[in-house]
Each structure stands twice: as structure tokens, then as C-alpha cells.
Design a protein around this ligand. Structure first.
Ligand code: NDP
Length: 598
């Protein structure tokens, strides 16, 4: 509760809220870096291996594929798989999935760090449970379980014969005369496809902190998405016995670190957690699935639960909260929604403050050392960074072998051959783990790893030099028959797979409809792209102001408000509203805002 000040006159700011406002501004100012995304370094030199696949046998070769297909899908994560599954529902089996990894799974293929799991409830996160008949073992599924579920989906929907694994796109060029995409790969494949679907994922290109000297570290170093069990010993499910005599450092305290730190704490001789901005960490409360309950669920239960959860975390409080977890408790109200009423704005701010106070109090309740507790408290609003949920993260800091190095928003100053330096102290380390996240808001062509060439050879990076231009984030002018599944100018969601299922349904519909109507090409009409941008701006109104109070991170393009970031926004309203746009557009039937040719 806010204990000071008075709310009899809402225009008066309660003292505690005024203090929090000042503290939020202070914490933001400490962290804003003019270089934005450029503060991170790429995967070069000794770190180039963070972009390769350690999970496959080296030396794989195969004959190049030369073929024509209806649709080529880039990416075999949930986005690509769900798109392929949608196509099969229309009876379309003439498609290819090109995937860099050795199997399906996307993020769940790559991320095998200890403790890795999904913080969104498995009964809503894992798609198509009713069709596959699969019962998740726990309310929050572990990464190995999710990865094997992806494999199960691949088998269930017979997607494996369509997949080319360990293969990357070299180039994708639209051939105007032929009305086809010509796609070449790193395995010398030459595939002609009428439709080209990019489902390359949003959390796959690891980024490293651009700390001076990072290349010079003489010990073991790896990114969380390429965990080196050869060095640490153990596995995603067993203790890392190789760390018993090691001093380990971990850089970053985002959602990944929250899950990895308790496991490292239990295995390492000493663990140093280098924190720039603390995460807000709520209660997890995981447990095994109640088999009787699961069996009692009536047909249609998953769609009902999905909608219920998405409502509950986007400010539309459902009568019954079916998921009833930390997410729905923290996100029950959308406190960044636009409003013209000062009174309502203040009420929303107060509600946000109360939620964050509760999360800050949780730190005090768990952490024994008061100085460590102060350092672990998040001083920003609840929509600024992804809230984390874990029951073992905070208690790990009560262990004598775990040391929080609070860098006061500045980050590590330097890395030396021996370890990491902050505030004049060199922390000697044997092993340095980068939990520094992924590129989310860099240019799409950079994240895809190739730069598609559309009509007249125009590259995506050229057409999007000032930011994205799209209809619904899916179609773009000058890129005929190219369909994108991603977050740029599209929806988003706490349950990301729910969002992907909506995009995949749209792309599947588009491809089938084009075939049914004998449409040769479809692309966005440039004026419609601007109209869509206005829709995005309309929803983003209050959010832009809110994000100005936030510490930087990928949610707000590292605090940047440049023109490019202004176009590369996501649909900031509810996922259900975004998917409503798509549904109404399909129902219209005339494909408004597109240019088609026959
Ligand atoms: P994040 O981008 O969320 O976190 C990166 C961390 O590295 C931040 O704490 C950041 O600090 C820190 N950092 C960056 N540079 C430095 C530096 N120079 N010195 C010190 N610290 C630094 O990456 P994550 O991998 O944790 O998570 C990425 C996303 O993956 C999540 O937001 C979530 O969407 C997804 N995810 C989902 C999970 C799930 O359960 N569903 C689990 C794990 C991840 P700062 O905050 O100051 O920038």
C-alpha cells in the first residue's frame, strides 16, 4: 500500500509515488547509452562459434536439392512449424522448411542452459495439445520437454520429409519473369518457390556486451544459448560437477539468467553475478500436472484457456482466471494503456507502483543481507522489462558462494585475461557465461542472416532503410509473395506461441486463398502500409510515453526513439485485438490494401 500522501485529491501525488517517479528517472538516466544497440558486439573472432551448432555431428554433407515448390518456409521453430501445419490443413503438402539447426524446435533447440524452461504455463504455451493428445508433465515445462514436443509435432504432422536441416539461406531473389522466388542455400540448393515465408525467430541471434577486452579473456566463455556442458559437466537436468572447483561469472540478469543462476549457484565453487539492471522476480509455484484434471478437460478447452490467459495479461480481466499464476496476477491491468484523463493516468500509475512494490517487498522477504536486497530491487514500471517468475533465484543470493556484483547500471568496465573488472576490482574467473540476450530490435535482414531481393532487385535493407513498411507486419510492397512472421509491425504476446499461431493461420490462409483464386502475386499496397502504421501509432500512443520512463532494454529499443525505432514498433495493444484485425481482413474477402496480379 502507498502509506504516505493522500488520495483524497487525486491530483496530489502521494509521496511514495513521487519518490518512485524520481527513482525511476534516476535509474533510467544511469543506464541510457547514446550508442543504443551498438553497445553490443557481434559474434566474431573467438565468439563466432556462438552462431554455429554444437549439437550436431560435424561433417554432415548431402546432395544439393534443385526443385520447385509452392512455399519455402525459413525456420523450423514454432513459427515455421505452425505455418507448415496450417498448410497441411488446406491439403497443401508442397512446401519446404529450411532450418539452420539439426532439428525442429527453434529457440528450444538452441537453448539448453541449466534450468531452462518456459515461464508461460505449458497448457497454453504448447500448441495443439488437443490434436496431439499430449499431456505436459508440469505446469511450467522444461526446455527438454518443449524440444521433444516440437519433435512430436514434426512427427504428428509428418513435417520431417519436408525439412532441410543444417541448411541456411544464402540468398533469396524474386524472379519477376517467372513469378518465383529463387532461393539458394549454404548447401548449394536451388529452390524455386511461389511463396517465401520468413519465420526466422526473434530470439536466436545472440548478442554480447561490448565490454573492452572481451576477446582477451583466457578462461572458458560461452553464451547461454550455446551452453558448454563439455566444460561444466552435467546436463540440462543434472548437476554440473565440472564447476565444483571453478569461479564462474555470469553477465546479465534477464529471464535467462534468472533460470540459470540457481543451477550455477548449486554447482560452482564461487558464482559472481554481474548485474546491470535487476529483473522483477515473482512467485513461480510450479508443480506436476494433475492427470485427472487434465483428462477431465472438455474439447475446445485449449482455445478457451488461450483466450482467457491472453485477456488476463492484457488488461481484460476475465470472470474466471483459468491460469491464475504470477503473470495474471502482475499483468491483470494494462497500466500503460493510452488515456486522456489525468485522473485515470494517475490511478494506472499507482496500480503499477503497487504491483512493483509487491515485487520489491518479495526481495526483502527473501534476501537476508539488506545491501544485497536493495541491489536486487527493480526500480521501473511493470511493462518496462519482461517480469520473471522463479522460486530459487532470489534465495540463491543467500548462499555464501554467490556474490552479487551490482554495477549500478553501468555494466562491467573491462574484461582481462583473468576475469572481469568493476569499480577498480578485478574478479578472477575461470569461466564467464554471457546471459546477455539476443538481437530483437536490429534490422530484420541482419537477424535473418540474408537480405531478400524483391522486385527490380531492391533489397529489404534498402526498402526498409528508414524502418519497416508492411501490412499487418506480414506483407510488404515490392516483395511479392513474401510473408513474414515476426514481431515488427505485428502483434506480440506474453504467450508468444499464441501470437505465432495467429500469424501462421493468416499466412496459411493467404497462400491457400491465392491458390484458390489463381492469384499469381500478392504484396502490400504502399498507402495501406502507411494506414497500418497509423493503426500501430494509434495503439502505441500511451505506451511511447510510458516507455520513456523505463530503463533501456529490448522492449524500448534500448531507450532509442529514432525514426527507425518509430517504424519498427509492435502492435502494442492486446494480441486478441491484433488477431481481430487479421480475422476481419480475411472475412472482408477482398484482400484490402494489397496489390494482386493474376
Ligand atoms: P535479456 O536481453 O532479457 O537480458 C540480457 C541481460 O544482459 C540484461 O540483464 C542486461 O542488462 C544484461 N547486460 C547486457 N549488457 C551488459 C553489460 N555490459 N554488463 C552487464 N550486464 C549486461 O536476455 P535473456 O536471454 O535473459 O532473455 C531474452 C528473452 O528471452 C526474454 O526477455 C524472454 O522473452 C525470452 N526468455 C523467455 C523465457 C521463458 O521462460 N519464456 C526464459 C528465458 C528467456 P540490462 O537489463 O541493463 O540491459
Amino acid at each position: 500500500m502507498v502509506e504516505t500522501g493522500s488520495m483524497d485529491h487525486p491530483s496530489e501525488l502521494p509521496d511514495a509515488l513521487a519518490a518512485a517517479r524520481a527513482r525511476y528517472a534516476d535509474e533510467r538516466a544511469k543506464r541510457i547509452r547514446p550508442e543504443g544497440n551498438a553497445q553490443y558486439s557481434g559474434l566474431e573472432g573467438r565468439f563466432a562459434e556462438f552462431d554455429t551448432d554444437p549439437y550436431v555431428e560435424p561433417g554432415f554433407t548431402r546432395e544439393p536439392v534443385v526443385e520447385e515448390t509452392l512455399a519455402l518456409i525459413v525456420g523450423g521453430g514454432f513459427a515455421g512449424m505452425l505455418t507448415a501445419i496450417e498448410l497441411t490443413r488446406y491439403g497443401i503438402r508442397d512446401f519446404r522448411i529450411v532450418e539452420k539447426a539439426g532439428d525442429f524446435g527453434g529457440t528450444w533447440y538452441w537453448n539448453r542452459y541449466p534450468g531452462c524452461m518456459c515461464d508461460v504455463e505449458s497448457y497454453t504455451y504448447l500448441p495443439l495439445l488437443e490434436e496431439t493428445g499430449y499431456m505436459p508433465t508440469e505446469k511450467y515445462a522444461s526446455a527438454p520437454e518443449i524440444f521433444s514436443y516440437c519433435q512430436l509435432l514434426g512427427r504428428h504432422f509428418d513435417l520431417y520429409p519436408n525439412a532441410l536441416f543444417q541448411t541456411e539461406i544464402a540468398d533469396a531473389v524474386w524472379d519477376q519473369d517467372d513469378g518465383r522466388w529463387l532461393i539458394t542455400t549454404t548447401r548449394n540448393d536451388q529452390i524455386r518457390a511461389k511463396f517465401f515465408v520468413t519465420a526466422g525467430g526473434i530470439l536466436h541471434k545472440a548478442k554480447l556486451p561490448g565490454i573492452p577486452g572481451i576477446e582477451t579473456f583466457a578462461g572458458e566463455a560461452f553464451h547461454t544459448s550455446r551452453w558448454d556442458y563439455g566444460y561444466t559437466g552435467g546436463s540440462p537436468t543434472s548437476p554440473m560437477d565440472g564447476l565444483a572447483d571453478k569461479r564462474v561469472g555470469i553477465v546479465g540478469t534477464g529471464a535467462t539468467a534468472i533460470q540459470a543462476v540457481p543451477k550455477l549457484a548449486a554447482s560452482a565453487k564461487e558464482l559472481f553475478v554481474f548485474q546491470r539492471t535487476p529483473s522483477a522476480v515473482g512467485v513461480r509455484n510450479n508443480g506436476p500436472t494433475d492427470e485427472e484434471w487434465f483428462k477431465s478437460l472438455k474439447p475446445g478447452w485449449q482455445e478457451e484457456r488461450l483466450v482467457n490467459f491472453t485477456k488476463a495479461v492484457t488488461g481484460v480481466k476475465p470472470e474466471v482466471d483459468l491460469v491464475a499464476d504470477g503473470w495474471t496476477e502482475v499483468m491483470w491491468e494494462n497500466t500503460q494503456r493510452p488515456t486522456d484523463s489525468d485522473e485515470e493516468r494517475l490511478e494506472l500509475e499507482l496500480s503499477d507502483f503497487e504491483t512493483m512494490e509487491k515485487l520489491r517487498r518479495r526481495v526483502d522477504e527473501i534476501i537476508e543481507d539488506p545491501a544485497t536486497a536493495e541491489s536486487l530491487k527493480p526500480w521501473y514500471g511493470k511493462h518496462c522489462k519482461r517480469v520473471a517468475f522463479h522460486d530459487d533465484y532470489l534465495p540463491a543470493f543467500n548462499r555464501p558462494n554467490v556474490h552479487l556484483v551490482d554495477t549500478q547500471g553501468r555494466g562491467i568496465e573491462a574484461i582481462t585475461p583473468n576475469g572481469a573488472v568493476f569499480d577498480g576490482t578485478e574478479y578472477e574467473l575461470d569461466c564467464l557465461v554471457f546471459a546477455s540476450g539476443f538481437e530483437v530490435t536490429t534490422d530484420l535482414d541482419h537477424r535473418l542472416g540474408f537480405d531478400p531481393a524483391g522486385r527490380d532487385g531492391v533489397r529489404l535493407s534498402q526498402r526498409w532503410h528508414d524502418g519497416a513498411h508492411s501490412l499487418h507486419g506480414i506483407l510488404s510492397a515490392e516483395f511479392p509473395n513474401m510473408m513474414m512472421l515476426g514481431i515488427v509491425q505485428a502483434g506480440f504476446g506474453t504467450n508468444f506461441v499464441h501470437f505465432l499461431s495467429k500469424s501462421a493461420a493468416h499466412v496459411g490462409w493467404l497462400i491457400n486463398e491465392c491458390e484458390q483464386r489463381e492469384i499469381a502475386t500478392i504484396e502490400a499496397d504502399p498507402p495501406a502500409e502507411e494506414d497500418w502504421l497509423m493503426v500501430l501509432y494509434g495503439v502505441a500512443g500511451g505506451i511511447a510515453d510510458y516507455s520513456l520512463t523505463c530503463t533501456p532494454g529490448y522492449y524500448n529499443s534500448e531507450g532509442s526513439r529514432g525514426p527507425k525505432a518509430a517504424r519498427n514498433l509492435v502492435y502494442a495493444g492486446s494480441l486478441l485485438d491484433y488477431s481481430g484485425y487479421l480475422e476481419r481482413w480475411r472475412e472482408d474477402g477482398s484482400m484490402p490494401g494489397t496489390v494482386v496480379s493474376h
